[in-house]
Design a protein around this ligand. Structure first.
Ligand SMILES: CC(=O)N[C@@H]([C@@H](O)[C@H](O)[C@H](O)CO)[C@@H](O)CC(=O)C(=O)O
Length: 305
């Protein structure tokens, strides 16, 4: 085994949602309740402050507050990966150092966004974070949102650093996933990003996944992962199809996270609305939310039968 325990990162890792009160401020109580809900559901880990966590829409102080609440509630019981990517390298490093100080298990980051950065610039940005702590680092590759396309050559170069343990790949190409797996070598984790392709990603070499829709249906992703581990391919495919029905419906709401939060509310978890410019669901969407909730509860009951 290398320097880091990679098993901690294999399996289903929920991309944690932004939790707000009715004024739109961070709600630490809701953060703790949501974290506890995932721990009780049997989820292995949480990815805090990523796309689903709306980290890019929060100040550094708010991001620290969220991570601290998560650590207080489930730190030590779950694997906690802190997404620390911010527009500036300086703020990203500050967040990485904070993540280490509160006991997170790993840090992860997207490239800086907005400027069309060269590979050298992105590499320097990531290396500043990697070198600022002794924590494992997980590269976050999501080119459709950042505009930066990680090459296998750059991945190989970064993977040579002993603290770079893996990549979260949210591009929708399982071919690219397989290429990253090969380029990273045997001690390098590849974590599936597109939830619609969890089974496909796992079958070409992903070690698990981090996803933004796991949080509304952790039971279904845990069931799917169990079928994969049991080599029950046909059953796994059925669960992926059910999951995809839910995701397809969620993607029709004004924003994905607005839909996810509305569904969680019906599960008794009030975490507010997404922060603008992400849109909440409207009254006109409520019938569709209710219908989706009914369908989802039926699937969860089947998964637990
Ligand atoms: C492009 C995108 O947002 N991808 C998501 C997926 O979980 C995605 O929401 C899901 O597959 C539905 O399309 C994740 O890969 C990213 C994510 O969950 C996160 O960082 O929070």
């Amino acid at each position: 085994m290398g320097k880091h325990d990679l098993d901690k990162f294999r399996g289903v890792i929920v991309a944690f949602y932004g939790c707000y009160d009715n004024k739109g401020d961070i709600n630490p109580t809701a953060v703790r309740e949501l974290a506890r809900f995932y721990k009780n559901a049997g989820v292995k880990g949480l990815y805090v402050g990523g796309s689903s966590g709306e980290g890019m829409l929060q100040s550094a102080a708010e991001r620290k507050l969220v991570l601290e609440a998560v650590m207080q509630e489930v730190g030590g019981d779950m694997t906690i990966i802190a997404h620390v990517g911010a527009p500036s390298t300086r703020e990203s490093v500050e967040l990485a150092i904070h993540a280490e100080s509160v006991g997170a298990d790993a840090v992860s980051a997207v490239p800086s966004i907005y400027y069309r950065l060269s590979p050298d610039s992105v590499e320097r940005h990531w290396r500043a974070m990697i070198d600022s702590t002794s924590l494992p680092f997980i590269i976050y590759h999501i080119p459709q949102l950042t505009g930066f396309h990680l090459s296998t050559d750059m991945l190989k170069k970064l993977a040579a650093h002993e603290n770079v343990i893996g990549v979260k790949i949210s591009s929708e190409s399982t071919y690219e996933l397989q290429q990253f797996k090969e380029a990273g070598g045997s001690d390098f984790l590849v974590l599936n990003g597109p939830d619609e392709q969890y089974l496909a990603g796992r079958s070409v070499g992903a070690d698990g996944g981090i996803g933004g829709t796991y949080g509304v249906m952790p039971e279904l992703f845990l069931k799917l992962e169990q079928c994969i581990r049991d080599h029950s391919f046909e059953e796994a495919r059925q669960w992926q199809y059910k999951i995809n029905e839910v995701i397809t419906a969620l993607l029709k709401f004004p924003s994905l996270y607005g839909g996810c939060k509305a569904l969680l509310k019906l599960r008794g978890l009030e975490i507010g609305e997404p922060r603008l410019p992400l849109l909440p669901v409207t009254e006109q969407n409520q019938d569709a939310v209710n219908a989706l909730h009914e369908k989802l509860m039926g699937y969860i009951a089947q998964a637990q039968a």
